[in-house]
Design a protein around this ligand. Structure first.
Ligand SMILES: [Zn+2]
Ligand SMILES: [Zn+2]
Ligand SMILES: [Zn+2]
Length: 428
C-alpha cells in the first residue's frame, strides 16, 4: 500500500473535482469503471423509439455529464496497462476457473466428485539455455560446432536464466513455429485423451463419448526462454468407469503420442519431454484457481513493451533483451514466407507467434467470461436502456483521465475495490 505523501498540485486538482457540481455523477462513473487507469472517453447520445408512434426521444446525452464525456473502462487484462481492469479480469477469471472446479455460477456442485487432473505441458528444447543449479558445467557443442560452457550457480532472479548459451545456433524459427502451432497441438491432444480413455475402458470412442464428457480449461504462459507453456485442468464427467489416476495416465499417453504438422520442413510439432500431470484432490481446488488466475494477467515482459500489435517502426526500436528481440524479429521475418501465410506471423509478432487466447475452455467447463462480466457490471447506460429500441451514437473523445487529480481519484477507487475483493476471498 503506498504511503507516499500526495503532491500538492495533484491534491488541489482532486479537491477541485470533489467540490465541482458534477462530483456525485463523476464518482459514480469512477465506480462503474472500477477505477480504470486509462478509461475511454466517449461523447454521444442515445435515443429510444416509442413503441406506438415510432418517435425518437432523447434518453441520454453525454453533454449532461461532467466534462461532457462518458467514461468507459478500458477492460485491459494486462496489469502493465491498467492495474484496475486487470484485477477485475483476474477476479472474473478466478470465478470461471473455480466454478468448474467446485461448482457454483450455474455449475453443479457435483463437479467436485469428478476426476480432475492438472497438467503442465512445455515446449521441447530449441537450443541449450542457462538454467538454475550449476549451469552447463560440462562443455557442450552447439550446432555451429562451437564449444560452450557456463558453470555458474545462477541465482533464481538472475536475468540470464532461460537465455540461450549460443544465440547463433539457437533454433529461433523452430521456437516461433512451435508457439504458433501449440493451439492445434493442444486440440489434437484433447482428442487423443478421449481415445486413450476409451481404449483403457475397452470401448469405441463413440460409445465412450455417449457416456462421458471431457471438460477442460487451459491457461498459457510464456517462459523466460520465450516459449509458450500450457497449464490445463481436465475434468471427466461420466459413468464412473475412469478415476483420477486413469485420467492422468490417459493424458500423459496422449501428450507423449500427439503431434501436429509442421508447415516448414522439419519434424512434426510435439510437446517437450518435461510435462507433468497430477491428480487434484478436492481440498486443493480453491488454491489452484488463484494460481491459474494469476497467470492470465502476467505480461510477456515486465515492462509491457510487447502487449500490443507491432508495426515496422516499432519493431526497429524495440527496447527488449537480445533474445526476445531475436524472437520478435524472427517471427516478423518468417511472416514473409508464403508457406506460412496461414500462420499470420506478422500480426502475432508481439506474442512471439502465439495466436490463441490466454485463457480458454471448452463449453463443458463452466460459464464464460462475457456472461460473468455482464452479471458483474451494471451497464453504464442502464438507466437509458429500458424495453424498446435504443439508437446510440458514440464518438471517441480520448483515452485516460483528464487530470492527474482525476487519475489519483480513480486509483483510490481501484484500491478500495481491491481491498473489498480480498476480504471477500478471505471470508469464503
Ligand atoms: Zn482500465
Ligand atoms: Zn549459465
Ligand atoms: Zn555456438
Amino acid at each position: 500500500m503506498d504511503t507516499d505523501p500526495i503532491p500538492a498540485d495533484l491534491l488541489a486538482e482532486a479537491l477541485e473535482r470533489a467540490a465541482s457540481p458534477g462530483w456525485e455523477r463523476f464518482s459514480e462513473m469512477l465506480a462503474h469503471t472500477g477505477g480504470c487507469t486509462r478509461p475511454v472517453r466517449l461523447t454521444g447520445t442515445a435515443r429510444r423509439a416509442d413503441a406506438d408512434t415510432g418517435e425518437l426521444a432523447l434518453v441520454y446525452d453525454s453533454a449532461t455529464e461532467p466534462d461532457g464525456v462518458l467514461l468507459k473502462a478500458c477492460q485491459s487484462r494486462r496489469a502493465t496497462r491498467c492495474p484496475a481492469c486487470a484485477a477485475t479480469y483476474r477476479s472474473d477469471a478466478r470465478a470461471l476457473v473455480l466454478a468448474g472446479l467446485i461448482g457454483g455460477k450455474g455449475v453443479s456442485e457435483e463437479v467436485i466428485d469428478h476426476p480432475l487432473v492438472f497438467a503442465t505441458l512445455t515446449a521441447p528444447s530449441f537450443g541449450a539455455v542457462h538454467t538454475t543449479g550449476t549451469c552447463h558445467q560440462l562443455p557442450i557443442i552447439c550446432r555451429e560446432g562451437h564449444t560452450h560452457r557456463c558453470g555458474v550457480e545462477h541465482e533464481p532472479a538472475d536475468p540470464i536464466l532461460g537465455l540461450p548459451l549460443c544465440t547463433e545456433s539457437y533454433d529461433y524459427d523452430g521456437a516461433i513455429i512451435w508457439n504458433n502451432r501449440v493451439t492445434e497441438l493442444w486440440r489434437r491432444t484433447t482428442i487423443a485423451t478421449r481415445r486413450q480413455l476409451a481404449g483403457r475402458v475397452g470401448i469405441p470412442v463413440r460409445t465412450f463419448d455417449r457416456h462421458n464428457r471431457l471438460a477442460y480449461l487451459k491457461v498459457v504462459e510464456f517462459q523466460v526462454r520465450g516459449l509458450i507453456h500450457v497449464h490445463a485442468l481436465l475434468r471427466l464427467e461420466g459413468d464412473g468407469a475412469c478415476d483420477g489416476p486413469t485420467l492422468a495416465t490417459a493424458v500423459l499417453a496422449a501428450v507423449a503420442r500427439t503431434s501436429a504438422p509442421n508447415p516448414l520442413a522439419g519434424g512434426p510439432i510435439r510437446w517437450g519431454p518435461r510435462c507433468q500431470v497430477d491428480v487434484v484432490a478436492a481440498e486443493g481446488r480453491q488454491r489452484l484457481a488463484g494460481y491459474l488466475a494469476k497467470y492470465t494477467t502476467k505480461s510477456i515482459d515486465a515492462g509491457g513493451l510487447l502487449d500490443h500489435r507491432l508495426n515496422r517502426e516499432e519493431l526497429a526500436r524495440l527496447d527488449v533483451g537480445e533474445h526476445l528481440h531475436r524472437l520478435v524479429k524472427t517471427c516478423w521475418d518468417l511472416g514473409a514466407d508464403p508457406r506460412l501465410a496461414e500462420c499470420r506471423l506478422r500480426e502475432w509478432a508481439h506474442t512471439l507467434g502465439f495466436r490463441g487466447h490466454w485463457l480458454t475452455k471448452n463449453p463443458n467447463w463452466s460459464t464464460n467470461l462475457t456472461a460473468l462480466r455482464r452479471a458483474r457490471h451494471e451497464y453504464q447506460l442502464q438507466k437509458a436502456e429500458t424495453d424498446g429500441v435504443t439508437i446510440a451514437e458514440w464518438s471517441y473523445a480520448g483515452t485516460g483521465h483528464r487530470t492527474e487529480g482525476d487519475a489519483w481519484l480513480a486509483q483510490s477507487v481501484a484500491r478500495d475495490r481491491w481491498l473489498n475483493r480480498r476480504i471477500a476471498w478471505e471470508e469464503r
